[in-house]
Ligand binder design. Structure first.
Ligand SMILES: C[S@@+](CC[C@H](N)C(=O)[O-])C[C@H]1O[C@@H](n2cnc3c(N)ncnc32)[C@H](O)[C@@H]1O
Length: 290
């Protein structure tokens, strides 16, 4: 007869080992790290990674929460969604089912803003179209202490979470958010326009990793048959909301620079520069008016 250990004798190491093995068997890319992050979450100890503490007994109380978290990850839900938040730039952003899980690639837009806009004390007016969690707008506001901004999203649940993120990051005095179809309800002009629109071709969405295809909202991903629908819609809108000498920072798919530049040029917007992400892919077009 096999002697199973008493439940009470399970250590942190046992719990981590079991979760890591199950995650690895399911093909999860970073099983050890994910197991540690999920256990820290279940134990309500966000910064803990348990190095040097593996021999401590696993407390009884968080076991059910840890198992539930592991099952969600086995279902290919990203760790950030299980944890309910994601670090982006220097800030932390709460997520919900309506928001895209912010991507490190999108930090390229913030780097491009810092390259082109000075001084930091400039009282710039910033617009973020398709704000999601508010990550682009709030990150720029955190770098420009006198800037003010507006974030717009068509999804009311994004706007609700973006407001919470502004408050949690002490930026609510300079940030406002509203529900709307792009700039339809704005009637104002802006010095800096940030936009990361949906740009994945419809047929490609189901082929993406389940973390994206299943758990990111389709409205945040699907850019129509060729991925370019939103750019066509936005090009004619940018001119009426861009201040004289204003800049647009537009996220693009890695192979879309030429197509999007052509669409923008047809509306009189010229491509000032292109910034690549850390993988070397074209990620951000910097545009100016004619
Ligand atoms: C790719 S996500 C970007 C979210 C966030 N800015 C980021 O970078 O993580 C695109 C966002 O655009 C929003 N969106 C899609 N169509 C829209 C529209 N017609 N008007 C306003 N927002 C829209 C989606 O709800 C989604 O939040």
């Amino acid at each position: 007869m096999v002697a199973f250990p008493e439940v009470d004798t399970i250590t942190i190491r046992d719990a981590l080992h079991d979760a890591t093995r199950r995650l690895m068997t399911a093909g999860i890319p970073q099983p050890q790290l994910d197991a540690r992050l999920l256990l820290a979450h279940a134990m309500n100890a966000p910064g803990e990674r348990f190095y040097g503490r593996e021999d401590a007994p696993m407390p009884l109380e968080p076991r059910a929460a840890f198992e539930a978290a592991v099952l969600r990850r086995l279902n290919r839900e990203p760790v950030s969604r299980v944890l309910g938040s994601r670090g982006f730039w220097s800030l932390e952003f709460e997520l919900n089912e309506a928001t895209l899980d912010p991507r490190p690639d999108s930090e390229t837009l913030i780097e491009a803003v810092l390259d082109h806009i000075e001084p930091r004390e400039a009282p710039i007016r910033v617009l973020d179209l398709g704000t999601g969690t508010g990550c682009l707008l709030l990150s720029v506001l955190s770098e420009f202490p006198r800037a003010r901004g507006t974030g717009v999203d068509i999804a009311p649940d994004c706007v609700a979470i973006a407001r919470r993120n502004a408050k949690a990051n002490d930026l609510e005095d300079r940030a406002s958010f509203q529900v709307g179809n792009w700039d339809d309800d704005l009637g104002a002009i802006f010095d800096v326009i940030l936009c990361n629109p949906p740009y994945i071709p419809t047929s490609v969405v189901p082929t993406l990793e389940p973390e994206v295809a299943v758990h990111d909202p389709p409205r945040a991903l699907d850019g129509g048959a060729d991925g370019l629908d939103c750019y066509r819609d936005l090009a004619s809108r940018f001119n009426r909301i861009l201040a004289e000498n204003g800049h647009i920072f537009l996220e693009i798919g890695h192979d879309q620079r030429s197509d999007v530049s052509t669409i923008m040029a047809a509306s009189g917007l010229r491509n000032l520069s292109t910034r690549a992400d850390l993988a070397g892919h074209d990620r951000c077009l910097v545009l100016k008016g004619g």
